[in-house]
Write a protein that binds this ligand. Structure first.
Ligand code: ZN
Length: 113
């Protein structure tokens, strides 16, 4: 279950940026997860609840936002949604491997006091 190490790192990042922003208690953590990351949302939530003990994140709510896979066409620069099997540009019909969205795993906002 690699969600454990992901959450472990995420909490560290949240703690660091909280200190920089003078936040002494984190109430909400917003996380964005690409649909191709194979991260299981339930495991992530479970890991967060276990690992946030005795950290600034203790008792905080974890908000997870899934982001759709997206590619940018190498030929015509069109940005379009993709899935595992379809990566063909709708505009010029070229096959694309230039994925710009879908593999990310990041914290994009923190709420606290
Ligand atoms: Zn194109």
């Amino acid at each position: 279950m690699h969600e454990i190490s992901i959450v472990y790192d995420a909490i560290k990042i949240v703690e660091e940026s909280s200190k920089l922003n003078n936040i002494s208690k984190v109430t909400k953590v917003f996380m964005k997860i690409g649909e191709f990351t194979c991260i299981e949302e339930n495991s992530l939530r479970f890991a967060f609840e276990v690992l946030n003990k005795d950290t600034l994140c203790e008792g905080a709510v974890l908000e997870i936002k899934k982001s759709k896979g997206k590619a940018k066409c190498n030929v015509c620069n069109e940005e379009f949604f993709i899935d595992f099997t379809n990566r063909v540009c709708p505009k010029c019909s070229c096959y694309n491997n230039n994925i710009i969205n879908g593999y990310e795993m990041l914290i994009y906002e923190i709420e606290g006091e």
